[in-house]
Design a protein. Sequence first.
Length: 133
Amino acid sequence: MPALSELTLTLCRRRNEESGVVVTVFRFATVREFRSFRYEIQVEETLDEAARSIHFRIHGVHAPANLMPGAGPAAREIGFPGLHGEYRVTYAGASRSGGFGFVVDGEGIRLTDPPAGDELRIVLEKGIENVRA
């Protein structure tokens, strides 16, 4: 399992052009690239809308089911439609854990309480990406 310091978490927003639904996407990716397969990071997610909290439990990486060759980082995307306001994210790996706060509003996504140290690198993408279903 990669250490939390070997992961990047990218937060972005995507709008479905047909439905207009905006999804906040959390993309976990390894810094290291793999040569044989595009591995997937196993992540268990929990959203508690009442507490305005999201928890991610990072379990490790596994080979893809289709076993098609390809190079690149291991990755996993998780999307939550309709997030708006302030949320608290907690995450846990094999031996470490941490958290951060963020706000989703009309201006985009911004961190309110960045993670301490270098345990998990957070990247915020500006704007909203339009996608077709």
